[in-house]
Design a protein around this ligand. Structure first.
Ligand SMILES: [Zn+2]
Length: 216
């Protein structure tokens, strides 16, 4: 089964995608990873994308499609893919459809994690990591106390340079870009909305229930 997973930054999408990939023996497709991999291997595509990536500009869809075709056409992962962070626009949705069809596959399940903006802000801005023992805490959800953390609190460092405005604007962009995609998959009757505000393990249990009930 091929799966697509959506969620705003800070929704824990990456963690869930990793869990799904591991338990269902799927290959996780993240275009960011694919791009970095090409650069590392110094391939022809790698050389073409080096500059746009460095300049922070978008990598052309055409190149992304080439990379995706390599993965989708690979028989080892046939019908065993989970797309994380792709597709990002309707063009990419259509390209993905064409690609999977070309290799006699389909997208059978689309998961969308719904999280409210205030929670995302707290999750991202409250994150702290201890530079001594590497434990992660959150000022709002899981603060470091003398019970759960032995090191001096001076070792606790904020994890990101984000401020509320950047988190808000990324969230708004995400919602705006993703809505038409979710509508598209909803029309295909393969969209599953998931409450992403519960505990990670609860969310994952719900995801498993969905995946197990999907017919391929
Ligand atoms: Zn520590």
């Amino acid at each position: 089964m091929n799966i697509v997973i959506f969620g705003p930054p800070g929704a824990g999408k990456g963690t869930q995608a990793d869990n799904i990939a591991k338990d269902y023996n799927l290959f996780k497709v993240s275009t960011g990873d694919l791009l970095r991999d090409e650069i590392k291997k110094d391939t022809k595509i790698g050389n073409e994308i080096k500059l746009p990536l460095k300049q922070g500009s978008l990598v052309p869809d055409l190149l992304i499609n080439k990379l995706l075709e390599k993965v989708v056409s690979n028989k080892i992962h046939s019908n065993r893919l989970i797309f994380d962070g792709y597709p990002r626009n309707l063009n990419q949705v259509k390209n993905l459809d064409i690609l999977v069809k070309k290799y006699d596959q389909k997208v059978s399940c689309v998961l969308s994690l719904k999280v409210n903006l205030n929670i995302i802000i707290k999750r991202i801005l409250g994150r702290k990591v201890c530079s001594k023992c590497d434990q992660t805490f959150n000022d709002y959800f899981n603060p470091a106390t003398s019970y759960n953390h032995e090191c001096n609190s001076k070792f606790l460092q904020k994890r990101s340079d984000d401020n509320e405005d950047t988190v808000k604007s990324r969230f708004t962009t995400y919602e705006k870009e993703t809505l038409p995609i979710l509508n598209y998959y909803n029309d295909q009757k393969i969209l599953h909305q998931i409450d992403g505000m519960r505990e990670i393990s609860h969310i994952y249990a719900q995801i498993r229930g969905i995946i197990d009930s999907v017919e391929t």
